[in-house]
Design a protein around this ligand. Structure first.
Ligand SMILES: [Zn+2]
Length: 290
């Protein structure tokens, strides 16, 4: 069977939760599963290298198999005539020389190449993940602002001109329905860049500053969008939010609300723990829908 020679066209960055496409390839997997590749999909897969937003939940419908649950959706890469999925994919999405695809994992009946395939994503879960992802980015910017006084050198800055603590210290980011959990490492390399850990001595005060900033931003409102040069899975995408403080942008492969008016409140809390080689700070962000 021939593998696709171009990336999957993805419509979820614009907010789509349904799509109509064509089955391009079906690959048998161990355990009675199969990976189905379509030309176009609204199904957000989990990214391999930076798995922040989990996959959507939803179904795939074809004339021959009817409606089936998509049990998993992962990013696949094609090179040298081979399809590598999820954890087996050794490169970041966008690496030259690879074709990147959304792999819809099914159990049971297998659709036929060339069939029409409809995707229906659970819109409620998507909405909650989108709100969690937008809040995650806003909280990161608010944390950068709150920690700005803790820098003694001039490190790279974020879109609002504050030292980019989030970008420099982030270890792990997980988007949840209506929230996120971000893990930061404060070790030698961050201190060498000029960050003074004293800035995190009073975590409750930092959280208060973050939450005050978030409330102010939500008060001011603003449109949210994902900008991209084209609709290929590996195209570079940027989260853009029109805040009172300015236009922010963050590279992002996920989904988002369309306007801050969809979010009622965002509340962050911070905790600290000692780990090998430094301190880990975890920011837990919770969204109250509007
Ligand atoms: Zn993002």
């Amino acid at each position: 069977m021939t593998l696709p020679t171009t990336d999957t066209t993805v419509t979820y960055p614009d907010g789509a939760t349904t799509s109509a496409g064509t089955v391009l390839h079906v690959e048998a997997l161990p355990g009675g599963r199969s990976a189905v590749l379509l030309d176009t999909t609204a199904f957000h897969p989990v990214d391999t290298a930076w798995p922040d937003q989990p996959a959507d939940r939803g179904t795939l419908t074809t004339p021959s198999t009817g409606t089936q649950a998509v049990v998993e959706a992962v990013t696949g890469g094609i090179a040298d005539g081979r399809l590598l999925l999820g954890a087996d994919l050794p490169v970041r999405t966008g690496t030259d020389g690879w074709v990147f695809v959304v792999a819809h994992i099914l159990e049971g009946d297998v659709p036929t190449v060339g069939e029409e395939a409809r995707i229906d994503v659970d819109p409620d879960l998507r909405r909650e993940l989108s709100a969690g992802h937008t809040a995650c980015h806003l909280a990161a910017l608010a944390l950068d602002a709150a920690l700005a006084p803790a820098w003694t050198k001039e490190p790279p800055v974020d879109a609002l001109g504050n030292p980019a603590f989030d970008a420099l210290a982030i270890q792990r980011s997980r988007i949840e329905p209506l929230g996120s959990i971000d893990t930061y490492r404060i070790g030698k390399s961050l201190r060498r860049k000029g960050f003074s850990p004293d800035g995190l001595a009073d975590l409750a005060a930092v959280a208060d500053a973050v939450n005050a900033r978030l409330a102010q931003w939500l008060d001011g409102g603003g449109a949210v969008s994902v900008e991209r040069s084209d609709s290929a899975l590996s195209a570079r995408r940027t989260w853009v939010c029109e805040l009172d403080d300015g236009r922010t942008d963050i590279p992002c492969g996920g989904t988002h609300v369309r306007d801050l008016a969809e979010i009622g409140a965002i509340t962050c809390s911070l905790t600290r723990s000692q780990v090998d080689g430094g301190v880990e700070v975890v920011m837990r962000t919770v969204v109250t829908p509007a």
